[in-house]
Design a protein around this ligand. Structure first.
Ligand code: B12
Length: 252
């Protein structure tokens, strides 16, 4: 395949043809006028060969559209640097095997969604036995003791439980980002941990739909995970990080 990484365009029918699918809603009743408005909008956005392939009545004067079109824009993929978790991702059985072999004991992990944030589904997806989208959670790992404290947990309570249980890693979930609540809560947690002189004792992992590794590092965590994360991503990172800490002589 002759691919020019300096000019990456979307792929539709043929390589680099720029074909894209766009979906949106307009506050117009379904009909020829709404369809023409959708087409004009797509053309105004710079799409060539724009075509409304789906129009649906949403009721009360609203219409939903799917439009195909071609963009001439491209991205230079050689000019992009990203901050992402770089460790290998092992499946559950391999994680258990590695823990047995590298630590000779179970790892302990505590997690919670902190502050006023009541969204439990994300932290449950990572920690609970049944997991998420066919990927079992940390409770299912034979070599991990997982303690899920749920949602609306005060940062102080999470840190206290982490000390009590003498855990290896702390998982913090934040879903609500209104008025930057996630930034405040995550910062507060790191500050509490530092003030207690415990920052080096735990692997700190943050997660949520609007979090990424770069932001988590900036906030003082060791890693950050966003949408589409499974328990094995987190377990693999924790194992790698503990091994790295040990080799730097800062563990135990
Ligand atoms: C379900 C839901 C609720 C339920 C929560 C029930 C529960 N027990 O969790 C209820 C109805 C209670 C609720 C309430 C509210 N909600 Co709500 N809710 C949602 C909804 C529809 C789905 C969230 C969800 O479950 N996603 C599925 C999980 C699996 O995805 P996830 O959280 O992203 O988790 C994954 C990753 O992010 C990551 N992850 C998450 N946490 C962690 C942690 C770690 C350590 C790691 C490694 C990874 C990780 O791994 C997970 C699996 O891959 C979203 C909209 C949406 N479609 O996302 C709105 C949404 C999150 N809610 C929203 C809002 C505004 C609210 C309310 C403020 C509404 C209100 N006015 O009352 C309240 C807030 C209550 C509170 N105090 O927090 C907004 C947030 C907007 C923002 N920018 O902050 C959203 C985005 C809806 C919207 N579009 O406006 N909500």
């Amino acid at each position: 395949m002759d691919l020019n990484l300096r000019e990456i365009r979307p792929y539709g029918d043929s390589l680099s043809d720029g074909a894209m699918q766009l979906s949106f809603t307009l506050p117009l009743p379904t009909g020829p006028l709404a369809k023409e408005a959708a087409l004009r909008l797509a053309r105004k956005m710079g799409f060539a060969e724009a075509d409304v392939v789906h129009m649906a009545d949403l009721g009360e004067g609203f219409s939903f559209f799917v439009v195909y079109g071609k963009t001439r824009l491209f991205i230079d993929a050689t000019d992009i640097t990203v901050t992402a978790v770089k460790t290998d991702v092992w499946d559950r059985a391999t994680c258990d095997e590695k823990i047995r072999e590298l630590f000779g004991r179970k790892l302990k992990i505590v997690g919670a969604c902190i502050g006023e944030d009541a969204h439990t589904v994300g932290i449950d997806a990572i920690m609970n036995m049944k997991g998420y989208a066919g990927h079992y959670g940390l409770e299912r790992f034979a070599m991990i003791d997982a303690f899920n404290l749920g949602a609306q947990v005060e940062p102080e309570t999470l840190l206290a439980r982490a000390r009590e249980k003498d855990v290896d890693a702390i998982l913090v979930s934040q879903v609500v980002t209104q008025r930057d609540a996630h930034l405040q809560n995550l910062t507060r947690f790191v500050e509490l941990t530092e003030a207690a002189g415990l920052r080096d004792r735990f692997v700190l992992v943050a997660g949520g739909p609007r979090l990424d590794h770069k932001l988590a590092l900036e906030l003082g965590f060791d890693a950050g995970f966003g949408r589409g994360t499974f328990a094995e991503h987190v377990a693999s990172f924790v194992i790698h990080h503990l091994v790295q800490k040990r080799s730097m002589g800062s563990e135990g």
